[in-house]
Design a protein around this ligand. Structure first.
Ligand code: KG4
Ligand code: ZN
Length: 400
């Protein structure tokens, strides 16, 4: 870690020290040239996604270029987000190949790989956006929750680079990144909305009134939906990561031949429980040796059960809060069956559903850069060096 900071200091701008950065929200370009902001606007590479104008909190603010760094688990993601031009570039390295032999993420290997990848990825996002390091106005990194060692790599890199560039550094809650990621889409949802957060570690329904204004409506009492996909995939002899593999197998099977429970579907609250489903799959698979067709049918039934529960509870959350917009975020949001069922179910109730681009459903740097830009523009103060491997989203600060 120390080495990363030292390298950043030496490579980027020797001899500078970190100071508070009042110029961030002023009109003065840091390099003193009056044309710097204009030139930036003219030389950037084409943005990938349009900035959501209706939500644009930056209209009165100068252009801000935020580097986002995600390193909470098994993906190293970096991105450059511009408050006036949208997403400029993003790059990702997935560690799937590294962990496959172990059937899951090995934390120490994950940390070491983040160290290896992070600098080349910075070079890559800068090159794609045709920018230099000194064009970066602020840095946002995933502060938690996640694997402590993996988080520390992103944190150390962000703070080292921030110190060297003399720019603010802000820690972002990983789930807030996921929660706001649908706002990268065009058109984006307007606040307020209900968000279904379905990742490997979390399954939550949130009411989102604005940046940092989150109310937890319900969550899983045991396994997360992604975790259930991963564990069930393992039971069915599929590789890591289990979610995509199981959903591919499910696409070749038929639900209904095996009958699995829909846990908590009629509980009357907005909580979830998925650990029993995995046990039910285990029981079903032990009753008779499974041939390929049976495995596919069991996978299809498992997916149907999870999707039915997620859709039912999401629509109930919208009904309870009166929300007409529903946002899906997190890795399980990439599930095709979930998207199809939710869109159909919501349309019948006059609710519009928003999904992030598939690339931004799973972990990525763009969502962290975007959340950082939102928070910096809304004057959330930069934070101190640190990581929070466990961090309740309900405890993040309101944005302004
Ligand atoms: O958001 P994410 O990338 O990382 C966390 O923050 O956890 O989510 C990863 C989770 C994994 O459990 C993975 O199996 C699941 O999302 N996932 C899927 C699909 N793609 C990823 N689950 C079901 N269907 C998919 N297509
Ligand atoms: Zn995630």
């Amino acid at each position: 870690m120390v080495a990363l900071i030292v390298v950043a200091l030496i490579v980027v701008r020797p001899g500078t020290s970190r100071v508070a950065h009042p110029s961030l929200l002023s009109d003065s370009p840091r390099d003193g040239s009056e044309s710097a902001l204009l030139l930036r606007g003219e030389t950037r590479a084409a943005r990938i996604t349009g900035f959501p104008q209706r939500l644009n909190p930056f209209t009165e603010l100068p252009q801000l270029i935020v580097l986002g760094i995600e390193s909470s688990c098994d993906e190293t993601g970096l991105a450059l987000y511009c408050t006036s031009r949208g997403l400029l570039s993003h790059a990702l390295h997935s560690q799937v190949d590294l962990h496959t032999d172990y059937g899951g993420v090995v934390p120490e290997l994950a940390s070491r790989d983040h160290v290896r990848r992070i600098t080349p990825l910075l070079v890559e996002v800068l090159a794609r956006a045709q920018m230099k390091r000194t064009d970066i106005d602020a840095i946002a990194f995933t502060e938690g929750p996640g694997l402590a060692g993996a988080l520390l790599v992103g944190t150390a890199f962000a703070h080292g680079l921030g110190m060297a560039l003399d720019v603010p550094v802000i820690g972002i809650h990983h789930l807030e990144g996921h929660l706001l990621s649908p706002l990268l889409a065009d058109p984006p949802p307007e606040f307020p909305f209900v968000a279904l957060l379905v990742s490997g570690g979390h399954t939550q329904l949130m009411h989102v009134a604005g940046v940092g204004r989150y109310t937890l409506l319900g969550e899983t009492v045991d396994d997360a939906a992604g975790e259930a996909f991963d564990k069930t995939a393992k039971l069915l002899g599929l590789g890591y990561p289990g979610g995509p593999a199981l959903s591919r197998l499910a696409a070749t099977g038929t639900p209904g031949r095996f009958r699995l429970p829909r846990p908590k579907i009629a509980s009357g609250d907005l909580d979830f429980s998925f650990s029993g489903l995995k046990t039910a799959v285990l029981t079903a698979s032990r009753q008779a040796p499974l041939d390929d067709a049976s495995r596919a049918d069991l996978a299809a039934e498992f997916q149907a059960a999870v999707v039915e529960v997620l859709v039912t509870k999401s629509l109930a959350a919208a009904a309870q809060t009166g929300a007409t917009r529903l946002v899906v975020a997190g890795g399980v949001g990439a599930n095709v069956q979930l998207r199809a069922s939710l869109t159909t179910g919501a349309a019948a109730k006059g609710i519009q559903v928003y999904y992030p681009d598939l690339a931004f459903c799973t972990d990525n740097g763009a969502m962290i850069a975007f959340a950082g830009a939102m928070r910096l523009a809304l004057a959330t103060p930069a934070g101190a060096f640190g990581v929070r491997p466990r961090w309740d989203l309900g405890s993040v600060l309101p944005a302004a």
